[in-house]
Design a protein around this ligand. Structure first.
Ligand code: PLP
Length: 415
């Protein structure tokens, strides 16, 4: 199993703290936002005397809340389309286990969420990276380039949109391209949408979920009654809805990372049957937290836009600071709460460690995640770091000052 590149610097951070150095954590996507009032209240007023197993598929009330939630995006679901999971993490693992046999391949734009590596390892599947570039804002390369990666063992494309770790929000044309490729090569589309609402400048026509790809009415596909018509594949829309598996989570949406509640959603009956069998094997997802999640879903419609406003402000602080740093390349993050800048250094792993072991300014330093671990291709991302903007603006501004100072010192003393 690969070690998490995000967590392996933790001992150095602990040592820095033991020396009395204050460490700003830009390395991990743990939001500092308080969990919704209603979710906390549900915990406080919990009546049960037994913390019991819940249904393997999920608690009935919570499944209904999820159906209402997706309906807001024009996505009509039935209970049988949803399985509650222990975090989005379990949904991703289930999706890989369900769709692929050991040795088969899944295409994933890199840099990608590093735990995909671990889940792929468990499922015995191989990640084939679609390399994207910092200069393009990590948007997808041409469809020809993507298609050239497809071989007989390729069975799926996994997209994270908005993306952790890049902050990229894929454009409608990119998604349509991926859909056409999936149709043409008969691939599953695995869609990680845990950051769905975290889009800073929504573009008209962009998808909020790949579950919006439906058998009927796909206006974005120019009114064609078969997705493949323009490409001559002859696939019907119904095939399309059947190939999409969506993975979701309340961890980021409601700042409830520790609740461990996510879900897997598909209109494909066989997929959902398999998901339920996996879910039965692990008995159930947390019961109490599903009650909290249910309560969180009852927050007013204004709740999430306000949270996204907060993150937009943080994004601006980080991006403007990075842009002003000499030698740093960075495009403006469009969503989620991450960015990957390229730094004028020799090795980001060395730099990230040095920040914790050797650098401090006025008793403070920053912790960042070296980006190489987010790539599958060896040698890529060695000058890049991932920054999570999950601190309040004043702390982020200070952290950016420290980073700029650290870069200058590192370049003078270490290169
Ligand atoms: C892209 C992405 N997918 C899935 C997850 C897993 O989320 P959960 O806490 O629901 O397991 C994360 C968590 O950071 C993530 O960033």
């Amino acid at each position: 199993m690969p070690a998490s590149p995000i967590r392996k610097l933790v001992p150095f951070a602990d040592e820095a703290k033991a020396r009395g150095v204050h460490v700003y954590h830009l390395n991990i996507g743990q939001p500092d936002i308080e969990s919704p009032e209603r979710a906390l209240a549900a915990l406080e007023t919990l009546q049960t005397r037994v913390i019991a197993y819940s249904h393997s598929q999920g608690e009935a009330g919570y499944l209904e809340a999820l159906i209402s939630y997706y309906a807001r995006f024009g996505i009509a679901l039935e209970r049988s389309n949803i399985n509650v999971t222990t975090g989005g993490s379990e949904a991703i693992l289930f999706a890989l286990l369900i769709t692929m046999n050991p040795g088969e391949e899944v295409l994933v734009p890199e840099p990608f969420y590093t735990n995909y590596n671990a889940f792929a390892q468990v499922a015995g599947v191989v990640i084939k990276p679609i390399t994207t570039q910092v200069n393009d804002g990590f948007h997808l390369p041409s469809m020809e380039q993507i298609e050239s990666l497809i071989g007989p063992q390729t069975k799926a494309i996994l997209l994270c949109n908005p993306s952790n770790p890049t902050g990229t929000v894929y454009r409608r044309e990119e998604i349509d391209g991926i859909v056409q490729i999936a149709q043409r090569h008969d691939l599953w589309i695995l869609s990680d949408e845990v950051y769905r609402e975290f889009v800073f400048e929504p573009r008209e026509g962009d998808y909020q979920s790949l579950l919006q790809l439906r058998s009927e009415g796909l206006p974005h596909l120019h009114g064609a009654d078969s997705v493949g018509t323009e490409q001559g594949t002859g696939f019907q829309h119904s095939d399309l809805a059947e190939r999409v598996i969506m993975m979701d989570s309340i961890s980021k949406r409601y700042s409830m990372c520790g609740a461990r509640i996510g879900c897997l959603v598909s209109r494909n009956k066989e997929v959902m049957d398999a998901a339920l069998r996996l879910a039965q094997a692990r008995l159930s997802s947390p019961q109490v937290e599903q009650r909290m999640a249910l309560a969180a879903h009852g927050m007013p419609d204004t709740y999430l836009p306000e949270i996204v406003d907060v993150y937009r402000g943080r994004r601006d602080v980080v991006f403007e600071a990075l842009q002003a740093m000499p030698g740093v390349t960075c495009t403006r993050p469009e969503g989620a709460f991450y960015t990957i800048p390229e730094l004028p250094i020799d090795n980001a792993e060395r730099f990230a460690r040095w920040l914790l072991t050797d650098f401090s300014f006025e008793g403070e330093t920053v912790m960042v995640a070296p980006a190489a671990g987010f790539y599958a291709t060896p040698g890529l991302g060695t000058q890049q770091i991932r920054i999570a903007f999950v601190l309040e603006e004043a702390s982020l501004a200070r952290a950016m000052q420290l980073l700029e100072r650290a870069l200058a010192t590192y370049r003078q003393t270490m290169l």
